[in-house]
Design a protein around this ligand. Structure first.
Ligand code: NCD
Ligand code: ZN
Ligand code: ZN
Length: 346
């Protein structure tokens, strides 16, 4: 029996497109399925100013293959030196949609991020005033905090104080990985949403570590215990509009992943929508996929839903996805859920 599901064309509310040859290789993987994406600013050097964002948006447009339609929603990388006036001007000009807070040292290319969060209060106040969302990588970096606790501690020590100080600031907790984050979002009354990745709905920390180390499952924030994965699945499939898809698809070449000190990131742009159909079907929640992937994100960001549609089809036979995509720098392995998937995009 062939089953199908049609939803409005989805968006990706957290994506790494990189630059140069890597951008050209990975952009079609996203543009094929997604209308828009919030494009992360953690390039080297980072996207710091409105002018940087404008230039990066142009490079993305130039890299888009003819005939594909895709709108990058640009972000600025917050530092202790970010100029509130530049942020406001770039937002008013429609160049940027949001600004991203990286605690310094928390993740890939975050060394220019923030150490003293009070230093960015002026820019956050300006963002609150103009209705510009702050996206946040929510992990503390203290070496005495266990890596599996870094998200929960960030909520208590950093995020909640910022939200209490600036309650009008619209916040998106990016790539949440814990029940603590799910509950924190659920308990909020306004100005808080969260993105959830595809891979955190599929893997827990056993998948990374049991039976041999799996570098392709290593990302940040690192996948947690099973109770957290289950909380994320419940949130994503609940229909609650505060949770929406942000794949955090983060391409690194195999050469950079398969190292004594390998890079963090899972590359899911290629097969995210079939994987989500699989997950939502398992949760008996296929009727909630449109909300999670296509409706809640635009509603939170105050943008229209995409005009087009996507149809997902379930096949009797398992579907083959590419194992890797080729780039000039070498192959980038596509996330493998470790089980057969029967869904594809029509
Ligand atoms: N998620 C990751 O593991 N990696 C991301 C950075 C990030 O989103 O934290 C990357 O840029 O590679
Ligand atoms: Zn991150
Ligand atoms: Zn990311």
């Amino acid at each position: 029996m062939t089953q199908s599901l049609t939803i409005p064309r989805p968006d990706d509310w957290h994506l790494h497109l990189r630059d140069g040859d890597m951008l050209r290789a990975v952009l079609p993987e996203t543009a094929r399925d997604f209308g828009r994406a919030i494009v992360m600013p953690n390039l080297v050097p980072p996207v710091l100013t409105g002018a940087d964002a404008q230039a990066y948006a142009t490079r993305i447009a130039d890299a888009l293959p003819a005939g594909m339609e895709f709108t990058p929603l640009m972000t600025l990388y917050l530092t202790e030196e970010t100029d509130p006036a530049d942020v406001a001007a770039a937002h008013a000009a429609g160049i940027v949609t949001a600004a991203k807070l990286y605690p310094a040292g928390a993740t890939t290319n975050s060394s220019s991020g923030v150490r003293d969060f009070t230093k960015i209060y002026p820019v956050l106040e300006k963002m609150a005033e103009i209705g510009m969302p702050m996206c946040v990588h929510g992990e503390v970096v203290d070496s005495d905090i266990d890596i599996f606790d870094r998200e929960a501690v960030f909520i208590d020590r950093v995020l909640d104080p910022i939200r209490k100080e600036i309650p009008d600031l619209k916040v998106v907790m990016e790539h949440i990985t814990t029940k603590n984050a799910v509950d924190y979002v659920k308990a909020s009354t306004r100005n808080l949403g969260a993105t959830i990745t595809t891979h955190h709905l599929i893997i827990n920390r056993n998948h990374i570590l049991a039976g041999g180390i799996k570098p392709h499952y290593y990302c940040l924030p690192v996948a947690k215990r099973e109770i957290h994965r289950l909380a994320l699945r419940a949130a994503a499939t609940s229909g609650d509009p505060r949770y929406f898809l942000g794949t955090d698809s983060a391409p690194h070449t195999d050469a950079n992943k398969l190292q004594p000190c390998g890079c963090a990131g899972c590359f899911t742009a290629t097969n995210t929508m079939p994987l989500l159909a699989h997950v939502f079907e398992e949760e008996d929640a296929l009727d909630k996929l449109a909300g999670f992937a296509s409706l809640h994100g635009p509603a939170y960001y105050g943008l229209p839903v995409n005009a087009g549609e996507m149809t997902l089809v379930k096949h009797d036979a398992a579907v083959d996805f590419p194992k890797a995509i080729d780039t000039v720098e070498g192959p980038v392995t596509v996330f493998d859920p470790g089980y057969p998937v029967h869904w594809s995009v029509a």
